[in-house]
Design a protein. Structure first.
Length: 75
């Protein structure tokens, strides 16, 4: 079983939905398959599925995530 980290919900970036969204974090803060929850928002778990460059700041990355349960797009 993988460890699950807790992230500040303020790291959400741009458009987000119930099942997916983006995080803006420093480079190396997460990687594909990092599992996390948002602090203070219950036990709903998410998984990072893509890591993209963030052109506005070379030291940051845009991490695309999906909810791990009840999400038909979580492949």
């Amino acid at each position: 079983m993988r460890d699950t980290v807790s992230l500040d919900p303020k790291c959400r970036y741009g458009k987000t939905e119930e099942r997916w969204g983006n995080l803006l974090l420093p480079e190396g803060a997460a990687e594909v398959d990092t599992r996390f929850t948002f602090e203070g928002e219950g036990d709903t778990a998410y998984r990072v599925s893509r890591v993209n460059a963030f052109p506005q700041d070379a030291g940051k990355r845009l991490y695309y995530y999906l909810r791990t349960e009840g999400n038909p797009n979580n492949s």
